[in-house]
Design a protein around this ligand. Structure first.
Ligand code: SF4
Length: 189
């Protein structure tokens, strides 16, 4: 597939997840305290090669020269507790603070993933955001239809990432599973 089509499809996924995130923010408005300026989720993240490549395009195209003043452990795009590339932020950043549905993974003592017989679906949420929700009350508050199913979103993302790795532009990234976001700035230093 053509690289620009893949990036276009990736950006559609980002728009779709943002729409769903907006819907959930309204749904849980009375519980959520997450506001602009809370940047505790903005840690030193890593990205799939497609996400990393697409974000680097946006950083390269930025008219404002970006001066990196990174705090240890914080995301390289965080400035004064605000994301400098908010409209281009990756998928994971659009899910921050919301209730997330995911399949729990089990690992053995050697650190290898163990296949479980029954899928173990779990809901996680941010304690800084849903301050009044606890393990005891979460079932009353979170409707399983109204949480972000991360398996579905990640599957869409991983499928596009595989398409990307097959392109000429993706070839140098074939051996990489994830790339630290901050490596975008290697070429600018
Ligand atoms: S890309 Fe933006 S929203 Fe995502 S972790 Fe970095 S600063 Fe936060």
């Amino acid at each position: 597939m053509d690289i620009q089509k893949i990036i276009g499809s990736y950006r559609e996924v980002l728009e779709d997840v943002s729409l769903e995130a907006n819907r959930l923010e309204k749904q849980y408005e009375e519980y959520m305290v997450c506001r602009k300026g809370c940047s505790d989720c903005c840690t030193d993240i890593s990205l799939l090669p497609l996400e990393w490549y697409a974000l680097r395009e946006r950083v390269r195209a930025s008219k404002e020269p970006f001066i990196q003043e990174r705090q240890p452990g914080s995301c390289a795009l965080l400035k004064d507790r605000i994301c400098s590339f908010y409209p281009s932020r990756p998928l994971i950043c659009r899910t921050h603070g919301l209730p997330l549905l995911y399949l729990a993974e089990e690992y053995d003592k050697q650190g290898d993933q163990v296949e479980s017989e029954e899928p173990d679906w779990q809901i996680s949420w941010c304690d800084l955001n849903f301050t009044t929700v606890s393990e005891e009350t979460m079932e009353e508050i979170f409707d399983p239809e109204d949480v972000l199913n991360m398996e579905e979103w990640n599957t869409r993302l991983k499928t596009l990432n595989l398409d990307f790795l097959e392109t000429r532009e993706g070839a140098p990234f074939r051996e990489k599973r994830r790339i630290p976001l901050q490596e975008i700035f290697k070429e600018f230093s």
